[in-house]
Every structure is written in structure tokens, then in C-alpha cells.
Design a protein around this ligand. Structure first.
Ligand code: SAM
Length: 501
């Protein structure tokens, strides 16, 4: 079994590599990662155990068979009575047949939306093609809309993607009482085009469970969508039915889970508005410190000596390799997004540089005489003997602080919006002095940002939406209404909103 799965993964990789990401996007060809398919199959098995019947399995978009493979790895063979996979792309249909027909999978090549069911199935596990509406030809959309209207009496939006029709049209393939588990983009929970799906799930079948993955643990590194799992059985919902709503972590062990009455799903337009406490992380409610390592910026001990206008520093003969970009004070930052010039300095009217050199004094004197004169002048002013500088070796080197993608001002007075603190998204390579707090993404958030740069502006917006009241409450007030915020105070602010990005 595992041999076949290893072959499947190799074939999947070869087929994926033969198409560009945009071709795969148009064809909705993003395979389910094996670990995710396995987790979903394990979850389905748990539900299946309460049934006393063998499974007849269907994947209407089988691809190379990630879900079939996962089911075979988790369900005992005697529990699988029949299995069928539909696939439009002949290369995948052939691969699925080669890999799985010996174990009993029947592959039906063709367009699922054009096929009539050969029988009904009581277990559907699938990740349907996420083909957005603008990749569907007008006639195709009209045909699909008519089908949904004729078969289910549901009116679908012209903005619905192919996956919406897959789920609706699968109704005819699902046996009465059958279990369906769909991995689909989570946007149907709230967008207008999801209305037909929401209506189907609340009126026609018994919605059992919706699990949302956190955007920070993106399921498909290459597809850039946030995914949800929708679980339902084909039977009318009983009165007082409750639906499990869960968020974060794997579906077999969600970070948060609660039961919500089905009526609540019917009553609200956007399901993202449904009750749901922010997911506890490691048993605690998430705070900014769950997502970021927060540190104060650099304390130089003598900013006017170590931080110079970049041009001036170069004129003084300080070698560029011992100058690092550093942000000016926040009043010199007109926008909350700090853009970067090609050399990593912030794109600002005036750029500042920080002296940071680890060469010993004799070497500086020998190699860079003009730089040495500047340092000597600093010594004469007592800079080298200052509290912080005298503890560094050499005294003109600096603490290490990598450029942080997000920053918050360390202190400020409440402005028109009542908020004394400002947040920034720093796209440059500039470090910052201790007038800022530096927010370094960590854990899941750090890995998510690697594959999803689109999250940066969303995170900035989320940071900016932290209320003035919360920030002021955590921080401290000094004379004249001056507020200060230490790293641990900022870290303790509730940040459940980041989970819902
Ligand atoms: C998101 S992939 C999922 C594949 C596989 N089930 C998995 O989870 O890895 C969707 C698959 O549906 C296929 N597909 C696209 N349009 C289809 C259609 N109209 N009928 C049947 N299959 C289709 C694609 O070729 C692709 O293999």
C-alpha cells in the first residue's frame, strides 16, 4: 500500500511539474498534501465507526487519488465495498487507473458535471477543482447554473466557481444517509456567491461540521487559499440540530470547537459572524505574543553620534559596509507602509544610517583614517566612555537587531483617533532604535508569511485595529498624557483577530 502511495506522490510531482502554476490554477489542479488527506480520512473513519455498513467511496475529482489512497491506508479493506473516481484530465485519469485499479478503484474519465451517476455512494471525500468563475466560459457558467436550478431549484451566482457546482451536483451521487466531506476554500462562508451553498447545507442536508484551517497554516502552499472542511450527511436536518464549528489545527484535533444550533447558521448571512471564541493556543487565549517575538529597538547610547544622515556619513568617510539603514522617528514616516529602495534603505525623503563596525581600533586607524578621525572626535566628547558604549566591544559596534517587518511606536500622545501608538509595515532592510518596538513573526505566522506575502497588509490592518483602549490599558501613562508600551505589555494584548485573517 505504502509503495503505491510513494509511486502516486512521484507521479503527482511529475504531472504537477509539467504545468505552470497558472495552468494548474485554471484547471483547479492543486493536489491535497498527503498528510492532510490522511488526517481527513482518519476523521471520516471515526464518524464511520458508528455505522454498521461497508463504504462505497466516491471522489468526483480524483486526480492521482490522494483521498482514495488515504482511505485505503486508514479504513480496513473489508469496510470498502466499492470505489469510484471521476477525472477530467486524461493524464490523471490514466495515472489513477494504473495506480489503483488493482485495489478496486473504478476510474470514470470525463467531466463530472456532465456525467450521470452510475449508482449512489455513501462516502464522498474530495477536494474539488477550485476554478474561479472568470476561468469558466459564459456558456459553461450558464449550463452549470441551469443544472443547479433544474436539479435542486437553487439559484447560483454568476461569481460561483466550479467547486460550488461540484458540491451541488454531487447531491445526485450521494446515497440517502451518506456522508460527504469536502475540502473547499473557506470564502463560501461569507461571500455572496456562497449563498446557494449555504442554503443547500442548511436546508437540504444535515450539516455536521465545518472546520476552518487558520490562514496561518495554509493548506496548499502553492494555491494561496484558506481552506475549510464541510461535512454533511444526506438526510433532512432533525429539529434542534447542532453543528460543530471548529477552527485551527487538524480536523482530528481542532484548537477550538463548539456546537452551534443550525438555526444560527440560517439566521446569519455570513457564517464568519457565528459565535466562536478565539482559538486557545496551548490552552491560552492568543495574544500578540503568540504570534510575534517583540523586542525594543536598539539603544545606541548616543543617537546623535551613531545615527547620521546617510550622505553626511559617507562624506565623513565612513565606509558604507559599516553603515546600516535605520528608521527615523515616527513623525518622519508619512505612511504606515515603509517602502524599500533597491539597496534596502527605506524610500524616504531623508535616509539615516547607523554606524555599526566590529573592526578593532588599530585596524580602523590603519585602513580608514577619516572614519578613525570621526571616532576620535567621539572619544573626545566622551561618547566611548558612555554607559552603553563602554560596555560594547568595540564601543562603535551595535546590538544585533534584524530588520523587523512590523513595528509599533514605543511611546506617544493620544491623537485624533485616541490612539497614542502607531503601527508600521516595514518593507525595507532598516533596523530601528528604541523609540520603536519590533515585532518579529514567529511559529505558524512566520511560516505562513513565507508562502503568503499577501498576509502582510492584512496583518498590518489587524494590528492597526487593536483598540486604543486596549493599548492604553496595557501600557503606562506618564506626565502630560505620554503613553509608553513595553514589549511584554504589547505581547499581552489579545490578538484573536489574527486567527481569522
Ligand atoms: C483540486 S484537484 C484534487 C485532486 C485530488 N482529489 C486530490 O485531492 O489531490 C481537482 C482535480 O479535479 C480535476 N478536474 C477539474 N475539472 C474537472 C471536471 N470538470 N470533472 C472532473 N474532474 C475535474 C482536476 O484535473 C484535478 O485533478
Amino acid at each position: 500500500m505504502l509503495d503505491v502511495e510513494a509511486r502516486r506522490q512521484a507521479i503527482q510531482a511529475t504531472l504537477d511539474a509539467s504545468r505552470t502554476a497558472s495552468e494548474r490554477n485554471r484547471l483547479g489542479q492543486f493536489a491535497t498534501p498527503p498528510a492532510l488527506a490522511l488526517d481527513i480520512a482518519r476523521y471520516a473513519l471515526e464518524l464511520w465507526k458508528a455505522r454498521n455498513e461497508p463504504a462505497t467511496f466516491l471522489d468526483p475529482a480524483i486526480g492521482s487519488g490522494s483521498f482514495y489512497s488515504a482511505v485505503r491506508q486508514t479504513f480496513p479493506s473489508r469496510m470498502i465495498a466499492d470505489a469510484c473516481g471521476v477525472e477530467l484530465d486524461p493524464r490523471f485519469a490514466e495515472a489513477a487507473r494504473d495506480l489503483w485499479s488493482a485495489s478496486g478503484l473504478r476510474v470514470r474519465p470525463g467531466d463530472f458535471t456532465r456525467l450521470a451517476p452510475d449508482r449512489t455512494y455513501n462516502l464522498i471525500l474530495t477536494n474539488p477543482p477550485y476554478v474561479r468563475h472568470h476561468h469558466l466560459a459564459r456558456e459553461e457558467k450558464d449550463r452549470l447554473k441551469t443544472l443547479a436550478a433544474d436539479r435542486l431549484g437553487l439559484e447560483t451566482s454568476g461569481l460561483a466557481g466550479l467547486h460550488v457546482y461540484f458540491l451541488l451536483l454531487c447531491d445526485a451521487w450521494l446515497a440517502p444517509g451518506g456522508l460527504a466531506v469536502w475540502l473547499i476554500p473557506s470564502e463560501f462562508l461569507e461571500v455572496n456567491y456562497g449563498a446557494a451553498l449555504r442554503s443547500y447545507l442548511t436546508e437540504r442536508v444535515t450539516l455536521q461540521h465545518i472546520h476552518r484551517y487558520r490562514p496561518t497554516d495554509v493548506q496548499f502552499g502553492d494555491a494561496l487559499v484558506t481552506s475549510a472542511i464541510v461535512v454533511y450527511t444526506r438526510s433532512p436536518p432533525p429539529p434542534d440540530h447542532q453543528v460543530r464549528l471548529s477552527l485551527g489545527g487538524p480536523i482530528t484535533a481542532p484548537s477550538m470547537s463548539e456546537m452551534v444550533p443550525l438555526t444560527a447558521f440560517r439566521d446569519v448571512k455570513k457564517w464568519t459572524a457565528l459565535p466562536g471564541r478565539p482559538a486557545p493556543i496551548d490552552g491560552h487565549s492568543p495574544t500578540l505574543g503568540s504570534f510575534f517575538t517583540i523586542r525594543r529597538g536598539i539603544a545606541t547610547g548616543a543617537n546623535s553620534f551613531f545615527i547620521l544622515d546617510r550622505q553626511e556619513a559617507l562624506q565623513k568617510g565612513i565606509p558604507p559596509e559599516y553603515l546600516r539603514p535605520i528608521l527615523p522617528g515616527s513623525r518622519h514616516l508619512p505612511s504606515s507602509v515603509i517602502e524599500s529602495a533597491p539597496d534596502g534603505y527605506p524610500r524616504l525623503e531623508r535616509s539615516l544610517a547607523l554606524i555599526d563596525c566590529d573592526l578593532p581600533e588599530p585596524e580602523v586607524r590603519r585602513r580608514f583614517p577619516t572614519f578613525w578621525s570621526y571616532l576620535e572626535a567621539g572619544k573626545a566628547q566622551g561618547i566611548a566612555a558612555g554607559y552603553l558604549a563602554s560596555r560594547r566591544s568595540p564601543w562603535y559596534s551595535q546590538e544585533h537587531r534584524a530588520p523587523a517587518p512590523f513595528l509599533c511606536t514605543y511611546m506617544g500622545r493620544a491623537k485624533g483617533n485616541g490612539n497614542p501608538f502607531r503601527f508600521f509595515w516595514n518593507r525595507s532592510r532598516a533596523t530601528a532604535a528604541n523609540v520603536y518596538l519590533l515585532l518579529y513573526p514567529r511559529g505558524d505566522l512566520a511560516s505562513a508569511l513565507e508562502s503568503r506575502p499577501d498576509l502582510y497588509p492584512l496583518i498590518l490592518a489587524e494590528l492597526q485595529s487593536l483598540t486604543a483602549a486596549g493599548l492604553i490599558h496595557e501600557g503606562r501613562v506618564y506626565g502630560g498624557g505620554l503613553h509608553k508600551l513595553e514589549p511584554r505589555e504589547l505581547a499581552s494584548l489579545p490578538a484573536g483577530g489574527l486567527l481569522r485573517l
